[in-house]
Unconditional design. Structure first.
Length: 295
């Protein structure tokens, strides 16, 4: 109760609405750093150059990670319009990818909503992909089980399924930002990213993988190796708070034929800023895109 009262007493503007966006600091984090960085009424926006594997080739593009805290209604699984003592403070990640394959473009986005305090799984994850053939949408809701809705223009792909609760690859990004010391290591089962599941039309389920955390002088790398999928994902991030993500790689056989080539998607940090971007919607604000080196 004291924690909830503390949350409601601290109000900041996020995403065009006034919301209680302060929270007690997660374990092992520096209180002052955590409060000023994540609960100061701004989002962190990071841009990346992208080399995306698709159709047996590498395609150039851009990716953006937008991290921002906001109050979340755990019963409706949406952002709260009005503050309530039942709200959960989440670190939201909007992860976008844009790249072109030949004549036509892809636009992809995954959103995850991870509780800042003691979050084991996101409360919800959504993912969509748009290209000239059509679009697909996935939504995972964290209830007694994971309830997953899949909607697609492909015949036979739309489905409603329930999964036992295993680790979620899409949660790793926010877990890094909250407290990388608590990342799971060793052999485990994990549901791959929703991006990967849709691009490869893979079965939505948990797969065995081996998680490894390697720390170097200034950065650390966290790797997930899925033997069954012949796929490895590595996310690199700074050792010091706020544990900024500097890039990532994703290697797998890109295609469905037996001789499909092993390709590596790669993203490298261009720039990172903090901004109340929801207030930056004027023509004069477009200079911020140049700062982020976005097309």
């Amino acid at each position: 109760m004291l924690f909830r009262i503390f949350l409601l007493s601290l109000v900041f503007i996020t995403c065009a609405s006034t919301s209680a966006d302060h929270s007690e600091v997660p374990r092992k984090s520096k209180p002052q750093d955590m409060q000023s960085y994540w609960f100061g009424g701004k989002a962190e926006i990071s841009s990346y150059s992208l080399s995306q594997a698709r159709y047996g080739e590498i395609h150039k593009g851009q990716s953006v990670l937008v991290f921002v805290t906001e109050p979340f209604n755990p019963s409706k699984l949406v952002k709260s319009d009005n503050s309530s003592e039942n709200d959960v403070q989440v670190l939201k990640l909007n992860h976008t990818k844009k790249f072109t394959t030949g004549i036509y473009p892809y636009s992809m986005m995954t959103s995850s909503f991870m509780p800042v305090e003691n979050g084991e799984h996101s409360l919800k994850i959504t993912s969509s992909s748009q290209e000239w053939c059509g679009h697909t949408y996935m939504e995972l809701q964290n209830k007694e089980k994971f309830e997953v809705a899949i909607r697609s223009y492909f015949e036979g792909e739309s489905d409603l399924i329930k999964l036992d609760k295993n680790l979620l690859e899409d949660d790793i990004w926010t877990k890094i930002r909250i407290n990388p010391e608590e990342l799971p290591e060793g052999k485990t089962k994990m549901i791959p990213s929703l991006f990967y599941l849709r691009l490869m039309h893979a079965e939505t389920k948990a797969y065995s993988c081996v998680a490894t955390l390697k720390k170097e002088n200034t950065t650390s790398s966290y790797s997930l190796a899925y033997e069954e999928l012949n796929r490895t994902v590595t996310i690199t991030f700074e050792n010091d708070f706020p544990y900024k993500i500097t890039g990532w790689t994703e290697s797998y056989s890109d295609g469905w034929a037996a001789d499909a080539p092993m390709l590596t998607t790669k993203a490298e940090l261009l720039n990172s800023i903090q901004s109340d971007y929801w207030n930056k919607n004027s023509v004069k604000d477009s200079g911020l895109r140049k700062e982020l080196q976005l097309n």
